[in-house]
Design a protein. Sequence first.
Length: 202
Amino acid sequence: MNASELKNSLSKEEFSPLYIFWVEDAFSFDEAMGVLRKALEKKYPGYEDIHWNSEKPLNALLEELGSFSFFSKHKLVRIDGDDFCKEDELEKISQALEGSLLATVIFVPKKKTAYNAAAKATKGKAALVECIKPKGKDLASYVIRFAQENGKKISSSAAHKLIELIGDDLLALQNQVSLLVTFIGDKSEISIEHVQALFAES
């Protein structure tokens, strides 16, 4: 699933105990994590957020997953890197999470090969989320959304011109839209002329 599909599933309170993310685009990943944290906060108010040190052994992780927290009724455990991506290790983690309400685990492998191996090893027990860079119409829709979040409209030609000038980095596009919002002042819509004028000044 992608970040939008994750949002839809969480809105229906369809939670998975184990999520495996492939992160190609950091902005999409941050958004997905924000949605997941918000959903968990609604279901488990005051849940404990743990960024796991992957240098610790597997047994320590399994003990953490099976233990009650003094701080909350639920834990969100994030593991970055390619540790614990072997089939036998993931099987033990899946078993530890099966039927448990104590924890949600997020794996963020660094290599696509590790992500693919983890996906295969969990055999459908994990929710797979791919945060890839949007392209074409999807990319333009983000630019339009950024403008709307600032109370403005942006023409299709202006959105595509901005993408042409900036590229497909969503964070950079968001920052440029914010600059354009300031640049046009009390005008309601960002035009292609505004985009060209701003870049002519910079």
